[in-house]
Every structure is written in C-alpha cells, then in structure tokens.
Design a protein around this ligand. Structure first.
Ligand SMILES: Nc1nc2c(c(=O)[nH]1)N[C@H]1C(S)=C(S)[C@@H](COP(=O)(O)OP(=O)(O)OC[C@H]3O[C@@H](n4cnc5c(=O)[nH]c(N)nc54)[C@H](O)[C@@H]3O)O[C@H]1N2
Ligand SMILES: Nc1nc2c(c(=O)[nH]1)N[C@H]1C(S)=C(S)[C@@H](COP(=O)(O)OP(=O)(O)OC[C@H]3O[C@@H](n4cnc5c(=O)[nH]c(N)nc54)[C@H](O)[C@@H]3O)O[C@H]1N2
Ligand SMILES: [Mo]
Length: 754
C-alpha cells in the first residue's frame, strides 16, 4: 500500500548501495531471498534465461552476472512464492477485485489455473484447458467475419510463440494483430525504413567500445535499461563523451556507481556519465536536432564523400536547415543558439558517434519526423556503417523486436504473407488489421467482438482509460494469457477467460523435454533462453502450447500439425527458417553459445530503400510544429508527459519508491517548474485536478500533488498508467499512430473549481 507522500531530492549517484538494497528488498518481499541469488546468477547467461526486464543486449563476456536492480525486480515479480488460487477467486467477486488498485492486484501473486467468468455470480470459476479452448472457439465461430476478433500481443512473448500465434490468427483469417509496439517504438519502425530501408537499430553492443560520442535522446537508462549504465560507464572510462537530451535531469544520466565494482561501491564516487544534460521543452527535439544540423552546416565539416556516394536529398535538407530562423529553432527547442552551436561543435569533432532514443522521442505527434531528423544528423557526418557509429533505438519489452520479426504486425509486408502462403498453402488475409488505437475504436463501435491478449495489460496500457475500459466491456469475450492478475482481468467482456502461462524463468517441459525459446534484443542478436525454475503451478501451460491448443479447437480442418509443433520447439524454428529472411538454418545457429546477429544491410552501407540510398528527409519546422495540438485555452496550459517511476514495469507497480527522483510513498504526483507553480498561484504539495484538452472535450485526472522540480517552463510530468486517462484516443503520432503519451495539453484546477 502507498504510505504518505515523501519528497526529498536525491543527490547521490545511480546504482550503488541503493540499488543493492532495493534488489534485496524486492526478493524478500516476494519470499525468494535465498533462491533469488541463484536465479540471478543464471539470468542473461549463455545457458540461462533472458531477463524478462528490458531489451538491452547481453555482453559477450561475463564476470559473474549482469547485475541490475530493475532486472532483479522483474525476475522476483515472476518468481514470487505468492499464488492466486481458485479459493482466492471464490472469495472475491470480480467487482470486488476491480475495487482494488493495480499494486494490490499484482501483489496477489502468480495465476495458477485457467478461469472463466461466471456472470450469474460475478466470479471467476475454474475451467479445464480443453473446455476453455472450446469456449473461445465457440465465440470465434459465431463471428460473421474473422475481422471481428482482435489478437493483441505484449512484448515478452517468445519468437516461437509469436510465430505460431500469428500463423494461427492469419489462418483464422485476420491481420488484427495490434501489439505494444503500437504504443512504443512504432514511429521508429515507420520512420527508419524511409531513411535507411530497415526499421531496426544499426549498432551492436561492440560499437559502444569504439564510439567517441553518444547522443542520448529521451530515455531514462537508470530506471528502464539499467544494464546500459555499465556500457555508458565504459564509454566514459575509455575517454568517450556522452551528451543527454531530456527535459528531466534523470539521475541515471548523471553519475553511476557500479554495484559490482567494490572500489566504486566503497568510495561512492562512481563515474560521471553525461558531461552535459540539455533540457529541451517537451516535443522540442525536432527543432533541437535541426538546430545542431544548421550549426554543422554553417561552421563544421560534413562527410561529403558519404553524402555523395550514399545519400539522396542533401541539397534540399541543407537549404531547409539554413532557412530555418535561429529564433524559431530556439523557441521551439527550448535551447539557445549558443547551446545548439556548442553541441554542433562537439558532434562535428567526434570521429564516430551513436544516437540513442526512447519514448521521449516516439510518443509525440511528430515522432516520425524527429526520427528522420536524428538520422539526417547521423548522415551529415557519415555516422552509419562503420565501427562506433549508428542509430540505436532503445526498445522496451525484452522481445518486442523479435515479435515484429515473427510477424506480429497489423500491416505485414506483402513478401511475408507470400512466404506464409507458399510454405503453408493457405491464403493469408491481405487487408491491414487494427492497431491499438483502431482496436479500441472497433470494440467501441461493436465492429470487433472478441479481444484476445497474448500477455500485457491492454486495459491500462492503452490511452484514454475511460474509453478503453468501456470498449473492453462492450466485447462479447475477452481472453488474457497472463502470468499475474491485472486490470485487464477485472475490466472484462461479457464473457471472459484467464489462461495462465509459465514465464521466462520457468522450465518449459513438453513431452518430457525441456524446451528453449528464443528472443531478439534491441540490437538484433537472436539467442536462446532456457527457464530453470519449476513452474509456479502444475496447471500452467506455455504460450506455445496455449496457441496450439487454441488453434486446434478453432481450426479443426487446419493441416498445420499444431500439437507436433508444440511438442518440440525445434520444429517451429524449422518453419521460421523457411518463412523469415535471416533465420535460415535457425536451429543450428541459435544453439551456438551466444546465438547470432541478424544481417542489417545499412551496417554494410547497403540501403534497402525504394531508391537504394540513404534519404535525408525533412519538413519545414512550422509544418512539423503544427502537428501538435494547440487549442485556445481560457487559462494557463502546459505540456504533460507520462513517464515510468523507478518502481514499476509498465502497468505493473512494484512499489512506491521513485528513488532517483526523490519521490516515495505515493504515485499521484505532478512535477512542475517552481516558477510555474508560483505564477499559477499554487504552493508546493497543493492538490490539483489535471484536465486534458482535445477537440472532443476535456478529460480529468483527480487529486494530484504538485511537486516543484527541475523541468522546463510550461512542461509537466507524472506517472503512467495513472495519467493514461488524460491521453485522448485520437491524439497519436502522424503515420505511426502511437498515442502521444509525452505530449498532452493540460490545465490545472483546484479540485473545488469543477
Ligand atoms: N524497470 C523498467 N524497465 C523498463 C520498463 C519499465 O516500465 N520499468 N519499460 C520497458 C518499456 S516497454 C520501454 S518502451 C522502455 C521505456 O524506457 P524510456 O524510453 O526510458 O521510457 P519513459 O520512462 O517513458 O521515459 C522517457 C524519458 O523521456 C523523457 N522525455 C519525455 N518527453 C521528452 C521529449 O520531448 N524530449 C526528450 N528529449 N525527452 C523526453 C522523459 O523525461 C524520460 O526520461 O523501458 C523498458 N524497460
Ligand atoms: N501513458 C502512457 N501509456 C503507455 C506508455 C507510456 O509511456 N505512457 N508506454 C507504452 C509502452 S512503451 C508499452 S510497451 C505499453 C505496454 O503495454 P503491455 O505490454 O500491454 O503492458 P505490461 O504492463 O508490460 O503488461 C504486464 C502484464 O503482462 C503479463 N505478463 C508478464 N510476463 C508475461 C509472460 O511472460 N507471458 C505472458 N503471456 N504474460 C506476461 C502480466 O500478467 C502483467 O500483468 O504501454 C504503453 N502505454
Ligand atoms: Mo515499450
């Protein structure tokens, strides 16, 4: 439970004893303190399981184990000794469960057996697996079109489960395969192909050993990919430089004490990471990067050889950059011309640079344009296709990139569908399916009747909470394949099923043989992951086995041998090898110690774009800015971002300690610049309602405590998912349709002024 809110600035380094203490605490809370250590020794090792935390790659050499506080929390959450049993469901109605907060739901522990909703008593009741599959099949068969069903995926699902799942969904007849990517790095997947022909990052972990400069845009490594801090520390120790761009001076960008380095732990000094943190205003990065480009064009030296040999569109880009007024670049970015020129000089003199980015770039209306601009900046200095240089989008879920590669995509490429047709002999649907935003709309209108979630927590991850909840409640059937109880089980359709599965850390026994699954990290390394703990309950099934059971029940005439495939995952990998380019000889290659790296043509300076070149792409700044919603508001308005605290995994709330930001005890907070606070006539820790404004009206989040914070004027920050209620469903990134979770136009009101 939340205690009273405490707010004390945190001035120490990231990592260190605080990280160690928090790790031990989380293992103790889950009742696995002794077992936990053994578990951690096997995480992210060649012969262990892939950490279910983030998608940061594993280094090739390990001393002992890759320690990471938030990885520990992710593992401990899955390995907990608490259980949600049939007795638990018998003693709580679903309405009663819905009255509890997300932290409480999570705290109840691991789901243990399939459950089905009984509307008469408002309870979940036990159901056998076969009966559960039959029940889903019955619903799916009554639909007048396969497009009335939606099959969502979160990003922990393995390659094998994802491949089988999309195969089942497409044979069933729809491309309605929205995924968490739609809310996450979709602008990366949409924008990068225009520029370089592929939608993935171009660097490997080794490139960080050769780079001279890392420019980090809009992500928070200390919290969301803490293992990256070790890599950044090595960059600095080698003499490399790091610049960070973030409206918040996140602790993890500043100083890091490696918990596995005794000397650093004793001295507490650690390593200074970013030499400077520039604080753009929310959504200011397009202008910021355009400004750096202008500075280089005017005062630096560009890589003329690379530009001539490999790119297209340079002249138009250079003209656009030179013609954008400094005053406009300054006011839109929130940085001064002097700062932009200073960054320009640092970048200009770096022999090899990497640009990284996260949700601070993607969850904005003009995210795709900003990603084009980041790549333009790399092209100017030929920073692609050579050691120590390139683009590094930092993915979220541990296999979100792999799921896409396996065909979890509402807009699959034609050639992927062609291959499915050739290999499996059925005609896959060709019309694009619903993404996350469209899925909510379809459920709302009644165009979709069945919602199936392979992992995740759609109810709380999707934008516009009130609309999303109503949409799910309109469904005839909601089904969740999950490990733990969450909001999506209690905000359910008229009929509802919970299909509990084993997690990454657990032994996946099929036919008496332990199976390995595979994942692809943020840097396109594909490797095997093997669970080591006994499953949380004997009734749990693997995601693969659930898909197979379901497919057999729904498609009795299918010629795909679902059960044989589920009996030996090597057989699934043999099929993947036939369908997915780059996975030839999959089994042989993935069973090697560290797996293999997927070929990324831009690393060889080969550009699979329409014109065969790397493309400079840019639109006038004014046009890009116009994508941001800017209504005439009666009173002061702000731009609000929703971010993760240090004590959560997406919608899973581990606790109430956002240590690095100095907040503990509660999550209903809103960071605001001290001058904005004063100007609006509020005092520190005043309670306000936050109102968001959109074409269709207002949305309100009640009872948030204002905390003065080092954040640019006119910008606010608070936590996801509590503030999702404010994100309008129709406010999403151009082309990519990613909800604008980091750009919400809001005003603040005292609770009394209704
Ligand atoms: N422990 C833990 N690990 C996680 C997750 C988790 O919840 N917990 N989630 C996983 C997932 S799915 C993902 S996608 C990643 C997310 O990892 P991040 O991308 O780090 O996600 P956020 O916490 O949303 O933080 C985004 C950062 O962007 C900054 N920002 C916001 N707006 C702007 C802007 O306009 N410009 C710039 N330059 N910066 C901006 C914010 O201040 C914040 O520091 O982490 C993954 N790993
Ligand atoms: N306002 C706002 N909204 C956001 C964001 C934001 O920054 N701000 N971020 C967006 C982003 S980047 C993302 S990725 C999405 C995340 O959206 P989701 O991926 O849908 O959400 P999660 O919270 O990661 O899902 C957690 C649930 O997954 C289940 N689970 C855990 N492990 C496993 C497993 O191994 N298998 C299965 N089958 N289930 C498992 C558990 O039951 C757990 O409750 O949210 C998005 N929404
Ligand atoms: Mo994500």
């Amino acid at each position: 439970m939340a205690d009273a809110l405490k707010f004390h600035p945190y001035n120490r380094a990231a990592g260190g004893w605080g990280a160690l203490r928090a790790s031990l605490r989380s293992m103790r809370q889950e009742g696995i303190l002794t077992e936990g250590t053994a578990l951690l020794l096997r995480s992210n090792q060649a012969e262990g399981f892939d950490c279910p935390g983030c998608a940061w790659p594993d280094p090739d050499v390990h001393s002992t184990f890759e320690f990471c506080e938030n990885g520990v929390k992710a593992v401990a959450a899955e390995a907990t000794n608490r259980r949600v049993t049939r007795d638990f469901f018998a003693s709580h109605t679903v309405s009663d469960l819905a009255g509890h907060d997300d932290y409480w739901l999570e705290e109840q522990g691991r789901l243990t057996e399939p459950m089905a909703y009984d509307a008469a008593s408002d309870h979940y009741r036990p159901i056998g697996w076969e009966e559960a599959f039959t029940r889903v099949a019955r619903h799916l068969r009554t639909l007048d079109s396969p497009d009335r069903a939606i099959f969502y995926t979160s990003g922990r699902t393995s390659n094998e489960a994802a491949f089988l799942y999309q195969l089942f969904v497409r044979q069933f007849g729809t491309n309605n395969l929205p995924d968490c990517s739609n809310m996450c790095h979709e602008p990366t997947s949409v924008g990068m192909p225009d520029s370089i022909g592929i939608g993935k990052g171009t660097v490997t972990l080794e490139d960080f050993d050769h780079t001279h400069l890392v420019l980090m845009f809009g992500h928070n490594p200390g919290t969301n990919h803490p293992r990256m801090l070790g890599t950044l520390r090595d960059v600095v120790k080698r003499g490399g430089r790091i610049l960070a761009f973030n409206p918040l001076k996140e602790r993890g960008l500043q100083r890091f004490v490696h918990p596995q380095n005794p000397a650093e732990m004793l001295s507490g000094q650690g390593t200074q990471l970013a030499s400077h943190i520039y604080q753009p205003r929310l959504g200011g990065d397009y202008a910021l990067v355009l400004g750096i480009a202008r500075a280089i064009l005017e005062q630096g030296t560009i890589d003329e050889e690379f530009i001539a040999a490999h790119t297209h569109g340079f002249a138009a880009f250079a003209e656009l950059a030179r013609n954008t007024a400094w005053s406009q670049l300054e006011s839109e970015s929130g940085l001064s011309r002097t700062e932009l020129e200073e960054i320009g000089r640092i970048y200009d003199t770096s022999p090899a640079s990497i640009i990284t980015w996260g949700m601070g770039i993607t969850q904005h209306p003009h995210a795709v344009d900003t990603i084009h601009m980041l790549l333009n900046l790399l092209f100017l200095k030929g920073n692609m296709g050579r050691p120590g240089a390139g683009a590094a989008p930092i993915r979220g879920h541990s296999n979100v990139q792999g799921d896409r590669t396996m065909g979890i995509w509402e807009r699959p490429p034609e050639r992927f569908l062609d291959r499915l047709e050739e290999v499996f002999g059925f005609s896959p649907p060709r019309a694009p399916g619903y993404d996350v935003v469209a899925a909510v709309g379809a459920l709302e209108r009644g165009d979709a009747k069945v919602f199936f979630g392979m992992g995740g927590n759609f109810a709380n991850a999707a934008p516009d909470t009130a609309r999303t909840h109503r949409a799910l409640q309109e469904a005839e059937l909601t089904v969740l394949v999950t490990t733990k109880l969450n909001r999506s089980h209690v905000v359910h359709g008229k009929d509802a099923l919970i299909l509990p599965c084993i997690g990454r850390t657990e032994v996946d026994l099929q036919n008496g043989h332990a199976q390995g699954i595979t994942v692809e990290d943020s840097m396109s390394m594909v490797h095997i992951s093997q669970g080591i703990r006994p499953p949380a309950s004997a009734q749990l099934r693997s995601e693969v086995s659930i898909v197979a059971g379901l497919a057999q029940a729904v498609l009795p005439d299918s010629r795909i041998p679902w059960q044989d495939l589920a009996a030996d995952y090597d057989r699934i990998r043999d099929l993947i090898a036939q369908v997915v380019p780059g996975f030839e000889d999959f089994n042989a290659r993935v069973h090697r110690a560290r797996g293999f790296h997927l070929d990324l043509p831009p690393r060889r300076r080969v550009w699979p774009t329409a014109n065969g070149r790397a493309n400079f792409l840019a639109r006038p700044l004014a046009e890009v800015v116009a994508t941001q919603y800017s209504p005439e508001l009666p009173e002061r308005s702000y731009r609000l971002m929703t971010v993760r605290s240090h004590d959560q995994y997406n919608t899973t709330i581990y606790g109430f300690e956002d240590r690095y930001r100095g907040v503990s005890g509660a999550r209903n907070v809103c960071f605001i610049h001290p001058d904005d606070l004063a100007e609006a006539g509020f005092a520190k820790e005043d309670q306000v309602d936050i109102i968001s404004h959109w074409h269709d009206g207002e949305r309100r989040a009640r009872g948030f405590v204002l905390l003065p914070y080092d954040i640019p004027r006119g910008c606010l920050a608070g936590y996801y998912p509590e503030l999702n209620v404010l994100v309008p469903l129709d406010s999403h990134a151009e082309r990519a349709r990613t909800p604008t979770s980091k750009f919400i136009v809001v005003t603040l009101r005292r609770p009394a002024d209704v």
